[in-house]
Write a new protein. Structure first.
Length: 555
C-alpha cells in the first residue's frame, strides 16, 4: 500500500511546505532524534516550481512528535494536507536547519521584509535569538536542535544575518584552549585574514613524536563537536573536517561521534546499535572524517579509493542541486585545487568490467545516476592527460583521496584539521599541499589547524600561528618560535623546533674519531676537508675553537 505523504503548509509568505523526512526514501518511519520526532524536508514553492531548502528540525514545547501536533492543531485543507499558520508561533515552537546553506538559499529567494516574515512564520531560532534562554530550557532543544556544538551555534548566531545579507565573516580572532593544566600548557590559536603579506588561516602544531600533537587535535575536535563542554566562547565554525591518513590515528568517525552524542543526550540507559547506520550518519551534517577507516570504522587501504569516487559523485550532486544559489560550483573548485599539484586535463572514473573510462566534466553534460551505476569505485579517481591515464606518485595518490573528500564536505567557514599530512609526501609535494590548502581555504573563507613535523609547511605560516610542542618532565610545553617563520630558511626552523642545534649528529661523532689526534685546524682540514660539507667544516672549526671566518679566508 502506498502511503500518501503528509504535507504541512505555511501560506502567509507564498507557500512553504514541510514534509516528514522519511518520505521519498526506503525508510518506513520518521527519524527519531533522541526521543523527539522533529525532522522535516523543507520546500519553497512559487508559481508551480519548488526549491529544496534542505532539512529543518521543528520542535514544539512539551511535544515529542511535531507531526502529530501539527495534524491535531492544523487545518486539513485536502486529504493529508494541513495548513499550519495558526498552529505554531514563537511562544510554543522553534526551528533550526541542519546546515547553514539554508540561510544562503533564503537570501537568494527572498528580499527585504519577506525574509523576516518567512523566518518568523517558521519560528526560526536565529530570528528569535532574544528568546534563546527560553528555548534552551525546553526539553529536546539541546539534544535535538543544538547537539552539534560549534556548528549549531554558528547556525543559531549567524543564520538571520546571512539570510538578510548583513553577515560578513570575522577577519581576526583567537581560540584559547586549556586542557589538563598538569599535562599541557594553555595554547592560543591565532587567525588573521587581515594580514597584508599572507593570510593567517592556517595554524600549525609542530614537534617531535610523542609530544601530544594528535591528542590535542582530537581534544579540539571533541570540543568543537560538542562532545566536551568548555566555559570559553569560541568562534563558531560551520563544519569540522578531520583528515588523518596515519595507520595509527584514532580520531572519531561519524559513527564514533554519534556514539559519544548518544551517551550524552539519550535518556535510555542501554543504547542499542542502530538498524540503519547509513541513515544515522545522515544526521551528522557538520562533521566529517577523512582517512583510511571506512564508515564502520574498519581500517582499509582500499577505502580511500572508493571514498574518493563517492566524494566526486557527491560534488556533482551538490552542484546539480545548488548552482541556482552558489556562485561557483564545487567541481570547478576541485579541478582548480588539484591542478596546482597534478598536471591533468580531465578527471575520470573507470567503467565497470571495462578498461574504458568516463571523463567527468561536471553536471552539465553527464547524467549523475548513469555515472553512479556504470562506474567502478575500486580504482579511485583517474586523471587524464592527452587522453591517457596518468601514473600518479604516492603523494599525488594521497591528494586524489584527500582533496575530493574535503571539497565534497566543506562549507563556508569550516575548520579543517590535518594530522601529519606530510607522511607520504616528498618536499616538492609538501609545497603543493600547502598551496592547495591555501587556495581551498581562501575559496571557502575557511581555516585549518595542522599537526606536523614539516619545516616546509612551517615556512609558509607566520610565527604567531606556529606552536612548538616539547615534552618535559611528563608535561607538554607549548611555545611560539623565537623568530619569524614565514619565509625563513628550513635550517633555522629545524634547528629550533627539533633542537637540531644541540643534538649530536652521527657525522659529528664520525669526524671526531678522524680528527681527535690532530693538533691543529690545518692538519684536520687537510686530512678530511675534501670529504665533508660546509656544516662539517664549521663543526671542525668549533672543535678547534677557530673563528669560522678562517675557513672562508682559507678558501
Amino acid at each position: 500500500m502506498i502511503v500518501k505523504p503528509i504535507l504541512f503548509w505555511l501560506k502567509n509568505v507564498r507557500d512553504l511546505a514541510l514534509l516528514q523526512d522519511h518520505f521519498g526514501t526506503n525508510h518506513s518511519s520518521p527519524w527519531n532524534d533522541y526521543d523527539y520526532i522533529v525532522k522535516f524536508k523543507l520546500y519553497y514553492v512559487d508559481n508551480s516550481s519548488k526549491q529544496n531548502l534542505g532539512f529543518l528540525r521543528l520542535l514544539v514545547n512539551g511535544q515529542s512528535d511535531t507531526s502529530k501536533f501539527l495534524i491535531e492543531n492544523g487545518e486539513e485543507v485536502e486529504k493529508n494536507i494541513y495548513e499550519i499558520d495558526q498552529a505554531i508561533n514563537q511562544e510554543i515552537a522553534v526551528s533550526l536547519p541542519l546546515d547553514i546553506d539554508y540561510y544562503h538559499k533564503l537570501n537568494k529567494l527572498l528580499t527585504g521584509s519577506s525574509v523576516d516574515q518567512f523566518l518568523a512564520l517558521i519560528c526560526d531560532a536565529s530570528y528569535f535569538y532574544s528568546r534563546i534562554s527560553t528555548y534552551k530550557s525546553w526539553d529536546g532543544f539541546n539534544g535535538s536542535l543544538m547537539r552539534e556544538g560549534s556548528s549549531s551555534e554558528a547556525i543559531l548566531r549567524k543564520g538571520h544575518q546571512i539570510a538578510t545579507g548583513r553577515y560578513s565573516p570575522e577577519e581576526s580572532f583567537t581560540i584559547n584552549v586549556e586542557l589538563d593544566s598538569e599535562s599541557y600548557d594553555p595554547v592560543q590559536f591565532v587567525f588573521d585574514n587581515d594580514r597584508e603579506v599572507s593570510k593567517t588561516n592556517i595554524n600549525l602544531l609542530i614537534g617531535k613524536n610523542g609530544v601530544g600533537k594528535s591528542f590535542l587535535l582530537k581534544e579540539l575536535s571533541e570540543i568543537i563537536t560538542g562532545v566536551q563542554e568548555i566555559d570559553d566562547k569560541w568562534p563558531y565554525f560551520h563544519k569540522l573536517i578531520v583528515v588523518a591518513y596515519s595507520p595509527f590515528e584514532n580520531f572519531h568517525t561519524k559513527d564514533d561521534l554519534l556514539d559519544e552524542l548518544d551517551k550524552k543526550y539519550s535518556k535510555k540507559k542501554k543504547i542499542k546499535k542502530p538498524k540503519a547506520p547509513s541513515r544515522r550518519r545522515m544526521n551528522v551534517n557538520e562533521y566529517a572524517y577523512v582517512g583510511f577507516r571506512n564508515e564502520s570504522g574498519k581500517f582499509s587501504v582500499d577505502w580511500p579509493k572508493k571514498h574518493s569516487v563517492e566524494a566526486l559523485l557527491n560534488i556533482l550532486k551538490f552542484d546539480r542541486d545548488n548552482l541556482w544559489w552558489e556562485e561557483r560550483g564545487r567541481f570547478e573548485i576541485l579541478k582548480e585545487t588539484l591542478s596546482l599539484s597534478i598536471d591533468f586535463d580531465n578527471i575520470a572514473v573507470r567503467l565497470l568490467e571495462s578498461e574504458k573510462f568516463a571523463i567527468i566534466d561536471g553536471v552539465s553534460n553527464k547524467n549523475i545516476k548513469a555515472i553512479e551505476e556504470s562506474s567502478s569505485k575500486e580504482d579511485g579517481l583517474l586523471f587524464i592527460k592527452n587522453n591517457e591515464v596518468l601514473n600518479l606518485s604516492s603523494g599525488q595518490i594521497i591528494y586524489s583521496y584527500m582533496i575530493p573528500s574535503i571539497v565534497s564536505e566543506i562549507e563556508d567557514e569550516s575548520l579543517i584539521m590535518l594530522d601529519e599530512p606530510e607522511l607520504y609526501l616528498h618536499p616538492h609535494l609538501e609545497v603543493g599541499l600547502i598551496d592547495m590548502m591555501k587556495h581551498l581555504l581562501s575559496e571557502t573563507s575557511s581555516y585549518s589547524i595542522i599537526a606536523t613535523h614539516s619545516a616546509i609547511l612551517t615556512r609558509e605560516v607566520e610565527k604567531k600561528a606556529v606552536k612548538i610542542l616539547r615534552r618535559k618532565n611528563g608535561r607538554t610545553e607549548i611555545s611560539a618560535p623565537g623568530f619569524e617563520t614565514y619565509g625563513e630558511s628550513l635550517e633555522t626552523i629545524i634547528g629550533e623546533v627539533f633542537d637540531d642545534y644541540t643534538t649530536v649528529k652521527p657525522f659529528q661523532n664520525d669526524i671526531l674519531r678522524h680528527v681527535n689526534s690532530e693538533e691543529d685546524i690545518e692538519s684536520a682540514i687537510k686530512k678530511i676537508g675534501s670529504d665533508v660539507g660546509d656544516e662539517a667544516l664549521a663543526y671542525i672549526a668549533a672543535e678547534f675553537s677557530v673563528d669560522e671566518d678562517y675557513l672562508i679566508e682559507d678558501d
